[in-house]
Design a protein around this ligand. Structure first.
Ligand code: BTN
Length: 267
């Protein structure tokens, strides 16, 4: 277990995170531009240990999907988990399902803590709380190490959206904004990592419960969805998510199965 910075802030109990989760290594930084960038860098090391965690108390240049940026402020959880799919016997062909699996893990971790919460998954990997985005997930494969996945998770916890850019305030939320109190970041992180381990195991075992869970949490079924996919736009009524993670849209020309893209609107 290593910690890149000498001082561990009160916000994270690294010993607890190490002893209560499946991680083999923790790379902690007080400040980091992007935990995914750091994860991609670590993945180039031939001796990189997996599963490992890149964690920062303050992420200053977080990236989202496509050209999007990820806003975060003090009190947010921003981290990346490096896993080796071979180690969990995950065939490369099933990598697209990883985003949904991670989304399900976050939804379930939040549901444990907020059983009454209205928690939903916007295909493939945005987690919503009370109809606002609370968590974004960015899964990347390092170009030089196709056997490793960098799973980046940004969860708004104690950071208030009141200090966010105006355009985010209407569409995003944090746990503390929604529930009204502050949370131990270590506890929330451990919940997510423990659930992530379990759901990645389901994925490697092709457990049919997984597809039922992403369907159960999906916010899109029955909704009219507009999705942008490689510069093309597709509009259709969502019929669900299939067992391979594809989004099924009923369009005027029939059912379209979408495997990549960003949902821009749904209603
Ligand atoms: C999205 O909603 O488009 C995905 C956002 C992913 C943000 C997380 S924060 C931790 C990790 N590091 C990054 O630079 N991005 C991901």
């Amino acid at each position: 277990m290593n910690s890149a910075d000498e001082a561990t802030p009160a916000a994270f109990d690294l010993d607890r995170i190490a002893s209560e989760t499946f991680l083999q290594s923790i790379d902690f930084h007080e400040t980091l531009a992007s935990t995914n960038d750091r994860g991609l860098q670590l993945a180039n090391d031939p001796f990189v240990v997996t599963p490992s965690l890149v964690l920062t108390a303050a992420q200053t240049g977080g990236r989202g999907r496509g050209a999007n940026r990820w806003w975060s402020a003090a009190g947010a959880l921003t981290f990346s988990v490096l896993v080796n799919p071979d180690a969990v016997e995950l065939p490369v062909a099933r990598h697209p399902q990883i985003s949904l699996t991670v989304g399900v893990a976050v939804c379930e971790a939040l549901r444990q803590r907020f059983p009454q919460g209205d928690i939903g998954l916007k295909w493939p990997n945005d987690v919503f709380l009370h109809n606002k985005k609370v968590c974004g997930i960015l899964v990347e494969v390092p170009p030089q190490r196709r056997d490793i996945l960098v799973i980046g998770i940004g969860l708004n916890v104690n950071n208030s959206l009141k200090s966010a850019p105006t355009e985010l305030q209407a569409t995003a939320t944090s746990l503390s904004d929604t529930v009204g109190n502050k949370f131990e970041l270590t506890e929330i992180l451990i919940d997510i990592l423990q659930m992530l381990e379990q759901r990645l195991n389901w994925l490697s075992a092709s457990d049919p419960q997984l597809a039922r869970r992403w369907e159960e949490f999906s916010l899109l079924r029955g909704k009219t969805v507009y999705i942008e996919n490689h510069q093309h736009g597709i509009t259709g009524i969502c019929q669900g998510i299939d067992e391979e993670g594809g989004l099924l849209l009923r369009t005027p020309s029939g059912i379209e199965r979408v495997t990549h893209g960003i949902v821009k609107h749904f209603q």
